[in-house]
Design a protein around this ligand. Structure first.
Ligand code: G6P
Length: 584
């Protein structure tokens, strides 16, 4: 979603902002812009499309703000991209979120010249109207309080020596860099400049000077002492390194992360298991890939620990929430820790007095701050829009916790180390060339089906999601038993069907589904420890007991990656998608 980056005293503000926006590119966007102060005058530049190798033509300056826009109100045009100016051209705003009451507020702006179709531009004009009655801070304060919805704004005026930031939903992080305080939508983008950050909370407004940050509560009108957090991530962890794409780099990091979690998360998973045991009922909540991890967790808890957990999609959680009470436990899973539907589910659960534990990758994120307790995924910065390593990290923690519930953490550790070994084998060049060859065979398919059963079902859903997200081929994950209830109608001669066939209690059933699709002409691709005559193409994936889902998903990630590359798409930044979904 939209990204914001601002500096207050940089020797080359325009370039630093451009570099900051590039670090925010991964969030997903379709246009971008920068405003700086040059010889006391505001100068503006806006573009449609990706930044890629673009340069800024703005004078270097020392003060300014930039924005990457992910269109919501109004098409992808230069006029609709941010920053937006007021009528005087002295004030610029950048905005992340949606102003729900923008149509009503717009009616008040008679006589103002609006040049875009966005909800955002009205904010600049509303502040302009308030400005003669006070200073920039109070004008922003009054205006922001009138905006309905989940919003974050940065305001810049050529006659004031500070930026104003306010938020009621979307994330904003202030970078503490004495002499040049910064502001951004996320922590990772600040890392090359500082590892000290202040998280702006909802309903707070900040005045950001080069040497000073003043924070106020918007509701109580009282000052708030800023709390500085130290981030332990290294800037180079957020680099592509020798890899062609972030997604590939992140796929390669996975075996190490699984080993690390198996070694280091014994205490925390034991504590989580205790909380689960104490709770009357346990829900998990998440969106997208994180939801499929939650679903896999349901199978782990049920098969390994005989314990029922109820997973819910973030945007659907509300409809289950009547069952929450003080004895319920909610486990919220999220890579970014910012996904709005997950955040709102937590807030809802907390109103019912329910305890919330966050399984989150980004330290200090909204979900980790809201949760009563956070278990960090320790996967390091994840930049590719399609989540990979954070998914596997969630699986590792859930699997270990399920074994903790049985008081057999050692078994969980062994399964995870075994899975990490198999993942390394999957990344062997011979294996990779088999997956690449497969991608060439099926690249023109219109539909791909992924069949799974039991624990493999969430893996099938996740593999299908990866394929559709980045290769734009329609893909569907199907519990094999459901084939006959619909999906089989779509099988034609040559339709690729990936069949997840670990040698476990599901093997016979899944092979029989493979025979059924084959009888209708499907091209059957088996992911299995042993070959079977029904497979037209076999990818050898050794079993690792309950953790077999881990290498299966890695094969699916790689297949999706090669399909995207083969079709000439950028796997890191798929069209229309955003890394961190912070608006509803
Ligand atoms: C977006 C991303 C997905 C991610 C989902 C949930 O849709 O594109 O990759 O799985 O959000 O994100 P979260 O940060 O909460 O895990």
């Amino acid at each position: 979603m939209c990204g914001i980056f601002g500096v207050t005293n940089d020797p080359d503000a325009a370039q630093t902002i451009l570099a900051g926006l590039k670090r925010l590119e991964y969030r997903g966007y379709d246009s971008w812009g920068i405003a700086v102060k040059d010889h006391l005058r505001l100068k503006l530049e806006k573009h449609v499309g990706k930044i890629s190798l673009s340069r800024t033509h703005l004078p270097s300056s020392h003060f300014g703000v930039g924005h990457t826009r992910w269109a919501t109100h109004g098409g992808v045009t230069q006029a609709n991209s941010h920053p937006h100016l007021d009528c005087s051209g002295k004030l610029a705003i950048v905005h992340n979120g949606i102003v729900d009451n923008w149509a009503t507020l717009k009616k008040e702006l008679k006589g103002h010249h609006l040049s875009s179709q966005t909800d955002s531009e009205i904010i600049a004009h509303l502040i302009e109207r308030e400005l003669p009655k006070g200073d920039l801070l109070s004008a922003c304060q009054k205006t922001f309080k009138r905006l309905q919805g989940l919003n974050a704004i940065i305001v810049f005026h050529q006659d004031y020596p500070y930026l104003v930031a306010a938020k009621s939903g979307s994330p904003l992080v202030i970078g503490v860099n004495p002499g040049n305080h910064l502001i951004s939508s996320d922590t990772a983008s600040l890392l090359p400049l500082t590892n000290k950050v202040i998280y702006l909370e909802d309903n707070q407004i900040a005045q950001i000077f080069p040497d000073l940050v003043k924070i106020m509560s918007l509701t109580k009108q009282s000052p708030i002492k800023p709390r500085i957090n130290i981030i332990n991530w290294q800037a180079k962890q957020a680099d592509k390194g020798k890899f062609a794409h972030f997604m590939l780099k992140e796929i390669y990091e996975q075996s190490q992360i699984i080993d690390l979690l198996a070694r280091s998360k014994l205490y925390e998973t034991e504590q989580l298991a205790k909380r689960i045991t104490q709770a009357d009922q346990v829900f998990t909540v998440a969106c997208g890939t994180a939801f499929y991890a939650a679903l896999a967790g349901q199978y782990f808890f049920s098969r390994i620990a005989k314990r029922q957990i109820i997973p819910a999609i973030g945007s659907e959680f509300y409809y289950h929430a009547d069952f929450l009470n003080k004895k319920s436990l909610l486990i919220a899973l999220s890579q970014s820790g910012e996904t709005i539907d997950t955040v709102q589910s937590i807030q809802h659960a907390q109103k019912a007095g329910c305890r919330v534990i966050g399984l989150v990758n980004v330290p200090g994120s909204t979900i980790s701050r809201l949760s009563n307790q956070t278990l960090l995924l320790e996967a390091g910065p994840e930049k590719a829009v399609a989540s990979t390593k954070a998914f596997l990290a969630k699986l590792a923690i859930l699997l270990l916790t399920a074994h903790q519930l049985r008081h057999q953490p050692q078994v969980g550790q062994d399964e995870l180390h075994q899975a990490a070994r198999v993942v390394r084998r999957v990344l062997h060049p011979d294996h990779l060339s088999r997956i690449r060859a497969l991608s060439r065979k099926i690249v023109s398919a219109g539909n791909i089906f992924v069949l799974g059963k039991g624990q493999s079902y969430p893996a099938a859903l996740e593999i299908a999601l990866k394929i559709k997200e980045i290769s734009y081929i329609h893909a569907e994950g199907v519990p094999s038993g459901e084939l006959k209830h619909g999906p089989i109608a779509l099988i034609q001669k040559g339709t690729p069907c990936l069949v997840l066939a670990p040698d476990d209690e599901t093997y016979a059933d899944i092979i029989s589904s493979a025979l059924e699709v084959k009888a209708r002409g499907a091209y059957v691709i088996g992911l299995s420890p042993r070959n079977n005559p029904v497979f037209d193409y076999w990818l050898a994936v050794p079993d690792c007991s309950h953790a077999s889902i881990i290498p299966h998903v890695v094969v699916g990630q790689l297949l999706a990656y090669y399909l995207a590359v083969k079709k000439g798409f950028d796997p890191d930044m798929p069209r229309n998608l955003a890394k961190s979904v912070t608006v509803k």
